[in-house]
Design a protein around this ligand. Sequence first.
Ligand code: 3PG
Length: 402
Amino acid sequence: KTVSQLGDLRGKRVVIRCDFNVPLNGTTITDDGRIRAALPTLKALLGAGARVTALAHLGRPKGEVNPKFSLAPVAARLGELLGQDVKFATDTVGESAQATSAALTDGQIALVENVRFEPGETSKVDAEREALAAKYAQLGEIFVSDGFGVVHRKQASVYDLAKLLPNAAGELVAKEVEVLSRLTTDPERPYVVVLGGAKVADKLAVIDNLLSVADTLVIVGGMAYTFLKAQGHEVGNSILDESKVETCREYLARAEATGKKILLPTDVVTAAGMDFDARKALGEVTVVPADAIGPQREGLDVGPETVQAIAAEIAGARTVFWNGPAGVSEIADFAEGTKGIAEALASSDAFSVIGGGDSAAAVRTFGYSDDQFGWISTGGGASLEYLEGKELPGLAVLEGND
Ligand code: 3PG
């Protein structure tokens, strides 16, 4: 069920869960993509005359009030983007929240303080979450679920609240589900999936599920070294997860047996390590073949030959999904691989989807605008779990999804 099916919303009190978990430098929002992504639903609700109270989390304050994780900067930015005042409640379900929400008139919006300041929000005890959800339910008569980035969490404002009020998916949640379901069931071919990031363990279930639907799987980033090891190569001091080498070997064998292509780096950018504070490589930076990484060397990005091969795959694709950087992209010495993938995607006319906070932040930092890509998913863990084929509690609980 979507917002348009909720009937006449004039004067109705709507509680909406958004994902405003944005990166902050002090109180400065460094990427407001998730706030922008919430605008279509919020504008639709406000335009229809609803009285909107928004719930959201920021970071992981572990059930304690911590000013470092206050949503106040988000309320200010949201107000700028909406072009209207966003009233901010200084607590989540206390007097401020109740009074601020109750005082709204038609077409007005309030944001309450970080839901994760409440211990019940992330509690593993059902009754604790349910008790908090009952307080959220006092802030409205209809629930709209639009925090796609958090629908994989069984938390009070995502899951339990939906059981208490008539509800619908917001436009963002509906769009994310439409895009991601296309990637798992009906992609236009050739379909190329590019997976990067540091930890191979985080991506194994996605590889497992997408290996049957994608035509080509490109593996880059820190996780590529476990695959290179599975091919029998030494990887020096590069990130390696010994416990997953066998699984990677099985995936390589399965790909071969089913006529799928797994593209691994053929050259890598190496250094003796890196100095995070100085944001540069330790010692000399060298590009070497992927099967010739020296014992004291660490692979920190893919090399130019690999970038060319990936760009060629992307150029020939009709659908591309990309999640995870190709190297340590926040350090200039090791950003070229990730830049190369972003460039290939931006200039391709395939339906391109970018998932995951790091890749999304990387393309924006490189200066690309969102409209150069088919879709930039607001989900990190949520999009990956969706692509793993898992049931997401925050979606399953919504009306019409059971
Ligand atoms: C995210 O940043 O992926 C979402 O906001 C979920 O945050 P969490 O991993 O802290 O639940």
